[in-house]
Design a protein around this ligand. Structure first.
Ligand SMILES: [Fe+2]
Length: 209
């Protein structure tokens, strides 16, 4: 059994970028449902003693699409909550050097991240990730995830409509711009970068107590 992780901050902590109403629905309804469905399906497949990362990998290997999508969504959302913080932050010097190499600076990264997220067709996720010491921005469709494969994710933003529609209506680009400027958790991104370099443990979905 996996457990719905609590938000790492109060519902209203990310206002005005993301409203408490959006956070309540997103976490308490959408994320909770992905966790519930994952538990039901994982039990049916004899995977209920496994970690969420193991369930995702096993479901993908077996071609169990419904289980994969729900398990990956359970993981992506928990990772997404961690990628946000009410404390406005700047990237660390180490991260900034890599951002400079790959995108010419923070403005260049923002432009790329917003463009990839805004251009993404339908539901999905936009990620800042690192592979072989180089930063990259990638998108995944629907429940597509970087939970169990390279590149290592540093940050992710949810571009499903349920993530922004109440606050921004159809304007996903405005949501992404505000998100990048105000709530991105650069301290967490630095931790994930250190993990990719073997200096720390990468973030994992919490084991059920
Ligand atoms: Fe979502």
């Amino acid at each position: 059994m996996i457990k719905l992780p609590p938000l790492p901050y109060p519902y209203e902590a990310l206002e005005p970028t993301i409203s408490a109403t959006t956070m309540r629905t997103h976490h308490d309804k959408h994320h909770a449902k992905y966790v519930e469905t994952t538990n039901t399906l994982a039990k049916e497949k004899g995977l209920d003693g496994k970690s969420l990362e193991e369930i995702i990998a096993a479901a993908e290997k077996a071609g169990e699409k419904k289980l994969f999508n729900n398990a990956a969504q359970a993981w992506n959302h928990a990772f997404f909550w961690t990628c946000m913080t009410p404390e406005r932050q700047e990237p660390t010097a180490e991260l900034m050097a890599l951002i400079g190499e790959a995108f010419g600076g923070l403005a260049g990264l923002k432009e790329k991240f917003v463009q990839v997220g805004a251009d993404h067709f339908a539901s999905g996720w936009v990620w800042l990730a690192v592979e072989d010491g180089k930063l990259t921005v990638v998108d995944t469709h629907d429940g597509g995830t970087l939970a169990h494969k390279a590149p290592t994710p540093l940050l992710v933003c949810d571009v499903w409509e349920h993530a922004y529609y109440l606050d921004y209506k159809q304007d996903r680009k405005a949501f992404l711009e505000k998100w990048f400027d105000t709530v991105a958790n650069w301290e967490f991104a630095a931790h994930q970068l250190a993990a990719a370099q073997g200096r720390e443990e990468a973030w994992r979905f919490a084991e059920a107590a």
